[in-house]
Design a binder for this molecule. Structure first.
Ligand SMILES: Nc1ncnc2c1ncn2[C@@H]1O[C@H](COP(=O)(O)OP(=O)(O)OP(=O)(O)O)[C@@H](O)[C@H]1O
Ligand SMILES: [Mg+2]
Length: 465
């Protein structure tokens, strides 16, 4: 097992696949990338399994071209369009007075157990908002703290089972069976926010081709997520309908001349006020359209999208307590003037446009707003900024630290316990790490069915004391 990861972002415009692993300095090392124009996907949902799996396979094959490393794990983004989130809490006693990963797992499983998950939904994330040890102040990481009782408040993301099954089917057809899911918005937030923004709170709006997803971070935890079924393709459709031009020409106009703030009056810096566009049904005939009319169409759609986001944030109480501001990413954030429009809509809240923190990998550049989700998937799985949480298989995932990585390196060199000769070659700290690895516990989810009657009573009793 060398922890080579395949990450797949299934977007409505593009499907990205990246194969990556840690390098010797614990940086994310990209081994291969593949991008395909999306097919069989709409508003984050697989609408044609055959088409989608073919495209996924093509993207993955492209990524595999530049590496021979076998893939150990596969992580896939899922859209907020079929997700529901809720909060829960749990508490457990700490029998030995020292909090270990066993108690952290137990309390997270307890919080999940206490939550009412809608029957046709599956758990994707259980993320701690805060831990408390013996009613003390809130703590981010209770590992190795002393106490007799551990509590947790969690944010749970669930997703519609049928939607996940369709993704699994598409991946199965493409040849992958073991996958973990990560919420698209969560991944993009991990990729674009810095530590300060995660701590003080920020809302990330990912404006894609057919969806606008937004998530809010507060005190290093995800606390809210939402979704609007509108994206940049809607601008293309509006232009196509209003200007009676084919979608391909409308998309070209959007990308070439699309702007919300440019000056299109005579003698402007572009030197043009009108463009020639083909007509639907008779592409040899062109008609002239004023650029400021195009601007009005684009402005109306993007403003509507942002106002819908604002209304949802207001309804959920996020807007009045937004922290350090709003960060916009995703393909639509490339639109000229979008920052100004967002500043107007969000009325004084600081707005920034952001792309993923670039992962240095020779000549390949990943600082593109359309790559926020895929980069977030890599950082979620291989990065060093993760907290304890339960993943989509309801297993505890641990913060990735340099020491953990070193352990893995040692483990891959030595199968079984180190021999005396091995030990002589290890530094003291390495020996310690080896020790930790040897004592590691297998952490498994609680089984809800078995938690009825007497055991449920004991759980309640253990919560009271
Ligand atoms: N300058 C621009 N102005 C407006 N739209 C743009 C611009 N550049 C790219 N886009 C749009 O961004 C979209 C692609 O963005 P992105 O890759 O984030 O979407 P996606 O993740 O595939 O879609 P979704 O998240 O909705 O499933 C396309 O619709 C493209 O037209
Ligand atoms: Mg997207």
């Amino acid at each position: 097992m060398n922890n080579t990861l395949l990450a797949i972002d299934i977007g409505s415009a593009f499907i990205h696949a990246v194969i990556a692993k840690h390098d010797l300095e614990n940086n994310i090392n990209i081994l291969g990338t593949g991008t395909q124009k999306s097919a069989g996907v709409n508003k984050g949902l697989i609408v044609d399994i055959e088409e989608a799996s073919k495209t996924i396979k093509n993207a993955v094959n492209l990524a595999k071209k530049s590496t021979t490393e076998p893939v150990d794990n596969c992580v896939v983004s899922i859209s907020g369009s079929y997700s529901k989130s809720l909060r829960s809490s749990g508490s457990v006693n700490v029998p030995n007075g020292l909090i270990t990963e066993t108690e952290i797992n137990q309390v997270m499983q307890m919080a999940l157990y206490n939550a009412t998950i809608v029957p046709e939904y599956e758990v994707v994330h259980v993320i701690p908002i805060y831990f408390k040890v013996d009613d003390s102040v809130e703590v981010d990481n209770p590992l190795n703290m002393n106490g007799s009782r551990l509590e947790v408040s969690v944010f749970i993301v669930t997703a519609k089972r049928t939607a996940l099954t369709n993704i699994k089917s598409a991946l199965n057809v493409a040849g992958f069976d073991m996958v973990k899911f990560v919420l698209d918005g969560y991944a993009s937030a991990i990729a674009v926010l810095d530590e300060q923004q995660k701590k003080f709170g920020s809302t990330v709006i990912n404006m894609g081709a057919t969806t606008t997803e937004f998530i809010t971070y507060k005190a290093n935890s995800l606390v809210h997520n939402g979704f609007i079924p509108v994206g940049s393709n809607h601008i293309t459709n509006d232009l196509s309908v209003m200007l009676h031009t084919p979608p391909g020409a409308a998309e070209k106009i959007k990308l070439e001349y699309g702007s919300i703030t440019k000056d299109y009056t005579p003698n402007n810096e572009l030197g043009i006020t009108k463009v020639k566009i083909p007509r639907i049904g008779d592409e040899d005939t062109t008609s002239e359209v004023a650029l400021d009319y195009i601007q009005t169409i684009i402005h109306a759609r993007v403003e509507e999208d942002l106002v819908l986001v604002k209304n949802q944030l207001k309804k959920s109480g996020i807007l009045d307590n937004i922290g350090s501001g709003i960060v916009i990413t995703g393909g639509l954030s490339n639109l000229d003037g979008i920052k100004k429009l967002a500043e107007k809509v969000f009325d004084g809240i600081p707005i920034s446009l952001s792309m993923p923190k670039n992962i240095k990998n020779g000549f390949i550049n990943f600082d593109e707003p359309t790559l926020s989700t895929i980069m977030g998937l890599l950082q979620y799985s291989l990065g060093t900024n993760r907290n304890y949480q339960l993943d989509s298989s309801k297993k505890l995932v641990k913060p990735i630290k340099k020491e953990v990585y070193k352990e893995q390196k040692l483990e891959s060199v030595h199968i079984g316990n180190p021999t005396q000769a091995d030990k002589q070659h290890l530094s003291n700290s390495q020996k310690e790490e080896y020790q930790i690895k040897d004592n590691s516990t297998v952490l498994t989810p609680l089984n809800k069915e078995k938690k009825k009657g007497v055991s449920r009573f004991w759980n309640k009793v253990s919560e009271w004391f």
